[in-house]
Design a protein around this ligand. Structure first.
Ligand code: ZN
Length: 108
C-alpha cells in the first residue's frame, strides 16, 4: 500500500484517499506554442524505473494538490512537498541522493 503524507494538513493517507495527477514539474505550453512543444507537453512523460516525481491530490481530505517523490520499483516514498514549486526542495534531493548514490538527480 502506498502511504503519502499530505504537506498541507499533515495527514498520512493511503492511495484510496488520494487521486494521482501524473508526472510533476511538467513545462506547460499553450495552443500558441510550436507543434513540437505542445506535443511534448501533452504526450511525453519520463516513466522512469526508479525515482519519480508525481502530482497527487488529497481528494478525501483537504483537497489540495501536492508533489511526492517515490521509487517506482520499490514504492519507497522519499518525501512530499507543496505543489507551488518549480522543482523539488534541495533537502529532498539530498535525501534521495544519500539513499540512491547512482541516481542521476532531478532533471526537468
Ligand atoms: Zn491534505
Amino acid at each position: 500500500m502506498l502511504l503519502l503524507t499530505c504537506p498541507y494538513c499533515g495527514v498520512e493517507a493511503d492511495e484510496t484517499e488520494l487521486t494521482p495527477g501524473g508526472e510533476a514539474h511538467i513545462t506547460r505550453f499553450g495552443a500558441d506554442s510550436s507543434d513540437n512543444d505542445f506535443e511534448t507537453y501533452l504526450f511525453m512523460r519520463k516513466n522512469p524505473k526508479g525515482v519519480h516525481f508525481e502530482r497527487w491530490r488529497h481528494a478525501y481530505g483537504c483537497g489540495k494538490w501536492f508533489h511526492a517523490a517515490r521509487c517506482t520499483m520499490t514504492l519507497e516514498v522519499f518525501g512530499t512537498y507543496k505543489a507551488q514549486t518549480f522543482e523539488p526542495p534541495k533537502a529532498l534531493i539530498n535525501k534521495i541522493k544519500k539513499k540512491r548514490p547512482n541516481w542521476e538527480g532531478f532533471v526537468k
